[in-house]
Design a protein around this ligand. Sequence first.
Ligand SMILES: [Cu+2]
Length: 149
Amino acid sequence: MITRLFLLFLCCASTCAMSNGVPIQVENAWLQAVPPVADATAAYMRIRNLSQSSCRLIGASSPIATKIEPMITTSYQRNGQEILGMESVEFLEIPSGGFLDLKPGGNHLMMTGLTSHPTEGEHVKLTVRFAPGDQRIDVELPVFKQEPK
Ligand SMILES: [Cu+2]
């Protein structure tokens, strides 16, 4: 079973042509492992836009979360200390011929209302959604405790 999921992930990670022909590739996707007390986790990946026009990451869905939204990380100074926070946004832009990085400490897909808590070694299904046209890519995300090198 694990082997089969892994192959599925490899297959999806290498290339994903969109149904309407707009090429978007998802690379190095992974999910942050969380303890059972956590109510949220985050998904990370690099999204390449190989098309001639920009597109937008607008959200995602997964069997393990009731809500998934794009977020940015914010930071400001208070009493000489850097305070990190995050904010949900309607979309994250992926420039034509460029890419968008979702990384710890930066942009991410926030998954809240967890119905199960992924642990390292598992794989989780994620359907990532793009505009225009509500295009979707299915990815199998491996779960890690730390960013894989
Ligand atoms: Cu967040």
